[in-house]
Design a protein around this ligand. Structure first.
Ligand code: FE2
Ligand code: FE2
Length: 493
């Protein structure tokens, strides 16, 4: 009987559409999240007041549930519409929840310490800006701002001077967020830490004045220190956050641009033609990403690494062939296609071996999408048996089309760079760019990328400008200067 009932329950869940099942799971997670936060607050209350039974009062729990439940529900709906990225993968959702819980936990630990050692001002040292800075660093300004609101409410809940706590956490978080959005070196984060500290102090002084409370110099010190700790925590958490999200921070991206990176050094040594092509693709991608407001740094790094799979068997790729020796001359078209297509698989293997995150591996996986290796398809058509049907699909890359704007840009830059090699003048260059992009569009390779037609026009213009700059003409011969001779030279000679 029990078995029968269980099966019926299972079947009713099965009957739900996958979309609704995913929604239910999300709600379950959110419910657990809210309950966890309430439990944390209740625990701190019991430890700080040393009145264990009071936190069990239904009124207390209900109040926390109402505030946190409303806040998290609002943030959930807002983020689903405006920031779908953090809901795309479970690891990104868990990272967001983890960041918020870390700040909440630190707040509670500091709260307990401040009571245990009777240092009431210690609660101003809570590194609340860590939440906004970490989220801003990996998911952009919107996610950072949203986290800042949640964290500011959390740290001020139940505090004796709640408005001051809220103001400090919110203002400090904004400075933390601004400092990571322009992050390119560690010094930026150090300045950010000083900025958060100063903002905390200013808001503490302003808040206590308005609340007509007395100013505690120790609180000023702790508030300043809280800012520095926020910046330090953000810096220390970068490697963990990169591992958890599989996204590369701007600091990590700058490191990957270094030409002495082992993979780039290997590519330069074993496949110099591909290395040169990758540098050009990176420059084209960077300018196009700037033009449409995508991430130029990520796109540039993606351009450098997209063809690292060609490190193995570089002589099979045209840009590395010298002295007219082409190993494909000895092979049937199908075999040539297979060898060319393996550079995706090999690239992914090498990328994983050298610790590249998934956001960079996406460029390797998606830069050809499922496009046709046209040269060998045509060769197969020309050389094949007329009775044997040759399918175009057999000559496609077995991969996936670009899912992001940045990977779509690199796909286009890759085909444009290859096509532009045959251009001998500006007008021809523009028509080749147009043709290469149209081919990808017509083949449906951009159907899953969030690009508009206006974006594609901007990308086209950016490519043409960059290619003109790359192929600018030089004076054929520089004028020679006569060597300067001493005045006695003409007299004696
Ligand atoms: Fe490639
Ligand atoms: Fe390429």
């Amino acid at each position: 009987m029990k078995k029968l009932r269980r099966r019926t329950e299972g079947e009713s869940l099965e009957r739900l559409s996958p979309q609704w099942r995913a929604r239910l799971q999300e709600w379950l997670w959110l419910g657990l999240f809210v309950l966890g936060l309430v439990a944390l607050n209740a625990l701190q209350f019991s430890r700080t007041t040393r009145l264990t039974p009071s936190f069990l009062l239904p009124r207390e729990i209900l109040a926390h549930l109402m505030i946190l439940g409303t806040l998290i529900t609002a943030v959930y709906y807002y983020s689903r519409i405006r920031m779908p990225a953090i809901w795309q993968r479970l690891r990104w959702t868990l990272f967001t929840v983890g960041v918020i819980l870390t700040v909440a936990l630190l707040d509670k630990i500091i709260g307990v310490f401040s009571v245990a050692y009777q240092i009431s001002s210690l609660s101003y040292a809570v590194p609340a800006a860590f939440g906004a800075a970490s989220m801003g660093l990996f998911f952009g300004a919107g996610a950072g701002f949203m986290t800042n609101i949640v964290v500011s409410v959390l740290v001020s809940l139940g505090a004796p001077l709640a408005p001051v706590d809220f103001l400090m956490a919110f203002g400090g978080g904004l400075i933390g967020l601004f400092s990571v959005l322009r992050l390119s070196k560690i010094a930026d984060l150090a300045f950010g830490g000083v900025g958060i500290g100063l903002m905390n102090i200013a808001l503490y002084l302003a808040g206590t004045t308005l609340e007509k409370a007395s100013i505690d110099l120790w609180a000023v010190l702790w508030a300043g220190l809280g800012g520095l700790v926020s910046a330090l925590l953000t810096l220390a958490a970068i490697p963990i956050a990169e591992w958890a999200t599989q996204r590369t921070s701007p600091l990590g991206l700058v490191q990957l641009l270094n030409p002495s990176h082992p993979l780039l050094a290997m590519l330069r040594e074993k496949a110099p033609g591909t290395y040169h092509h990758s540098c050009n693709v990176a420059d084209l991608g960077e300018s196009a990403a700037q033009a449409i407001g995508a991430d130029p740094l990520l796109t540039k790094v993606g351009g450098y690494f997209h063809d690292i799979g060609k490190i193995e068997r570089p002589e099979f790729f045209m840009e590395n062939q010298r002295d007219g020796i082409n190993p494909h001359d000895e092979l049937v078209p199908n075999m040539s296609k297979m060898i060319l297509a393996t550079h995706i698989k090999k690239g992914l293997e090498l990328g994983r071996e050298f610790g590249l995150n998934e956001d960079i591996l996406q460029f390797i996986l998606e830069h050809h999408g499922t496009s046709v290796i046209r040269y060998f398809y045509v060769k197969a058509l020309q050389s094949g048996n007329k009775d044997c049907v040759i399918s175009m699909d057999d000559y496609r890359y077995d991969s996936q089309p670009p899912q992001a704007r940045e990977t779509a840009i690199i796909m286009l830059a890759d085909s444009v760079e290859a096509a532009s090699r045959t251009a001998d003048n500006g007008a021809r260059l523009e028509s080749l760019v147009e043709e290469a992009i149209r081919d990808r569009l017509n083949d449906g390779q951009l159907s899953q990328a969030p690009l508009t037609m206006a974006d594609i026009e901007k990308i086209k213009l950016a490519f043409c400008e960059t290619l003109h700059a790359m192929k600018h003409t030089r004076a054929e011969a520089y004028p020679k200067l006569e060597p300067k001779r001493p005045s006695w030279w003409t007299r004696t000679v």
